[in-house]
Design a protein around this ligand. Structure first.
Ligand SMILES: [Zn+2]
Length: 120
């Protein structure tokens, strides 16, 4: 899975249902993707991201990003390329996703997060 996918996932526990709890990545095996840089796509995805949780998870992968992105930053090719690579070219093959609200963790195996609830 990619970091960009993580933004669409939320905790499925009964305790957290209906609340949009961001999940935090504890990465295991990582592989490198080869998606070609696409500036417009990077800018479009930026508008959909929860930036604080994205930067937090990027940091867990060893990539430090600014606290905020401005319109002017969209023209910064070097920064946008770096963000794009973090979004699309880091493939998380194994690890866990942790809900910081209920402490439920979800395993990632063979690149796929297992989001099935265990309390039902
Ligand atoms: Zn939760």
């Amino acid at each position: 899975m990619r970091l960009i996918t993580l933004n669409l996932l939320m905790c499925n526990s009964v305790e957290c249902s209906g609340r949009n709890q961001p999940l935090f990545l504890n990465p295991g095996e990582i592989t490198q993707g080869t998606t070609q840089f696409n500036h417009n796509l990077a800018v479009r995805m930026l508008g959909k991201l929860d930036w604080p949780s994205f930067t937090n998870n990027a940091l867990s992968l060893g990539h430090e990003l600014p606290d905020a992105i401005t319109e002017a930053d969209h023209q910064n090719q070097e920064l946008m390329q770096r963000i794009f690579d973090i979004m699309f070219n880091i493939e998380i093959q194994a690890g866990t996703l942790l809900c910081q609200n209920c402490n439920r963790d979800y395993p990632i195996e063979k690149g796929i997060p297992n989001m099935l609830p265990r309390d039902q």
